[in-house]
Design a protein around this ligand. Structure first.
Ligand code: F6P
Length: 323
């Protein structure tokens, strides 16, 4: 059965690159003569029937824009079977025959629910956390890393002027990927992540060693989901006089904004094209992802149940290079 009408949505935390991904879906489907509808505000818009026709013209001039022009939302009702069935009814009411869902684990679980109800759906990994199984990089990660790198380089200037230690907290809900890779890229003296426990005493010792080695400043990158919290680390270091004065910066939602990097634009475009092609070829219930240099697929079941963990290699590298 050749599809004639599909829809696309973005869900969960927004990520730079979501707009290029939407653009790729619309342009790929339009090139095949398929109608595309955008669903606003993810599953909330699905339940409300907030669908809008998207043509190739509607996605002009958005490849460089951060955020998602379809907006996004987290919706509790769609976590229930009743809500999912209502969503399916909305799709059928609008004659939608297939759906591309761009988002993180929560959105992909919603996509799996629709697949389980028999609706053709394909997922695209979009989350700055890079915690989605089945893809080495999710949409938005590279742009977020560049934001972290810019922050570290700027903080390093003032840290070295004042012989200070700067603590930088980055997002990642439960994943230390952004902190670990950002720390390696930025040459941090230590990274603190959920995947590895570290005591306040160990942090203090690492900083005192750096000071005694004659370092003019120090940088520590802390994942928001780590056990040790930035305020308690700062207080401990101030009270234990490790040599450096301590200051802290929380990047927070800065990491969700910004114009998508070149890498993210290409990744988002490749994944958006691949997802649409899967849908039109009848390959449903999968998520597209970057596997090596190629785009491949994993089942939505695996993408939403298996973990994408920070590699031991990177964790060791971050620790070793901080000496
Ligand atoms: O999942 C992406 C993410 O940015 C996490 O890193 C962060 O913890 C969370 O979303 C923040 O959620 P919200 O935007 O709802 O505050």
């Amino acid at each position: 059965m050749t599809m004639r009408r599909i829809a696309v949505m973005t869900g969960g935390g927004d990520a730079p690159g979501m707009n290029p991904a939407i653009r790729a879906v619309v342009r790929t489907a339009s090139a095949a003569g398929i109608e595309v509808y955008g669903i606003r505000q993810a599953y909330s818009g699905l339940l409300a029937g907030d669908f809008e026709r998207l043509t190739s013209r509607d996605v002009s001039g958005i490849i460089q824009r951060g955020g998602t022009f379809l907006q996004t939302a987290r919706n509790k009702e769609f976590m229930t079977t009743q809500g999912q069935k209502r969503g399916l009814r909305r799709l059928n009411e609008h004659g939608i025959e297939g759906l591309v869902v761009i988002g993180g684990d929560g959105s992909l679980r919603g996509a799996l629910a629709l697949h389980t109800l028999g609706f053709p759906v394909v997922g695209v990994p979009g989350s700055i956390d890079n915690d989605i199984y089945g893809t080495s990089m999710s949409i938005g990660v590279d742009t977020a890393l560049n934001t972290i790198l810019d922050a570290i380089d700027k903080l390093r200037d003032t840290a070295s002027s004042h012989e200070r230690c700067f603590l930088l907290e980055v997002m990642g809900r439960n994943s230390g990927y952004l902190a670990t890779i950002g720390g390696i890229m930025g040459g941090a003296e230590f990274v603190i992540v959920p995947e590895r426990t570290m005591t306040l005493e160990e942090v203090g010792q690492a900083l005192e060693d750096a000071y005694m080695r004659g370092k003019s400043h120090a940088m520590g990158v802390i994942a928001e989901g780590a056990t040790l919290k930035i305020n308690e680390i700062a207080e401990y270091l101030e009270n234990h006089e490790v040599g450096f004065e301590v200051r802290m910066t929380v990047l927070g939602h800065m990491l969700r904004g910004g114009s998508p990097s070149g890498f993210d634009r290409l990744l988002a475009t490749r994944l958006g094209v691949a997802a649409t092609e899967c849908l039109l070829a009848g390959e449903f219930g999968v998520m597209v992802g970057l596997q090596g240099r190629d785009v491949g697929t994993v089942s939505l079941e695996d993408a939403t149940t298996k973990a994408h963990i920070v590699s031991e290699e990177y964790l060791e590298m971050a620790k070793m290079l901080a000496k």
